[in-house]
Design a binder for this molecule. Structure first.
Ligand code: HEC
Length: 141
């Protein structure tokens, strides 16, 4: 990216060598500062991007434990209550073959013995629940 040959003065004639050397140093250090800035910005970006999915999953996991585990169980297989109500195993094809939209709709509107959550959960929470149902109980790709 940066040309190191620009960092050393190629001008060896003694008297004006000084000024061009200084110029080279100035140009070099600004390049180094610029490089450092770019690196810092890039790092900040990468670490924030890396932290996101984990945060989403934590939110999804929390929402699942709070709202869904009563029937579906923290492990997704279903509690005795859930089984009595005919709640399917979250790992099953019945669930995992649903589209994200279908799962989101089901959470919002409920179905048969499953209550609707559109008044208690917001869109973000429902999205993170859909992601959690996929990541925690879906087949690993
Ligand atoms: C009161 C018990 C109960 C709670 C709480 C509950 N469910 Fe259900 N869930 C059910 C039952 C019963 C079914 C089966 C519905 C049917 O198809 O008759 C079901 C089905 C599902 C299905 C599969 C779709 C289907 O039609 O079979 C998904 C996905 C699901 N629930 C997700 C969730 C999520 C996510 C939550 C938390 C926001 C949640 N459920 C909370 C009882 C519950």
């Amino acid at each position: 990216m940066f040309h190191h040959d620009k960092c050393t003065s190629s001008d060896n004639s003694s008297s004006i060598g000084d000024t061009s050397f200084q110029r080279a140093v100035r140009r070099c250090s600004s390049a180094i500062i610029l490089g450092a800035l770019v690196a810092v910005v890039a790092l900040a970006f990468v670490s924030r991007a890396g932290a996101r999915p984990a945060a989403d999953n934590a939110a999804g996991e929390q929402a699942f434990k709070t709202n869904c585990a009563v029937c579906h169980g923290a492990d997704g297989t279903g509690t005795p209550t859930g089984k009595a109500l005919k709640a399917p195993d979250m790992h099953s094809d019945v669930v995992q073959k649903m589209t994200d939209q279908q799962i989101a709709d089901q959470i919002m509107n409920g179905k048969n013995n499953m209550p609707p959550f559109k008044n208690t959960l917001n869109k973000d929470q429902i999205q993170s629940l859909v992601a959690y149902v996929r990541s925690a109980f879906g087949k690993k790709k």
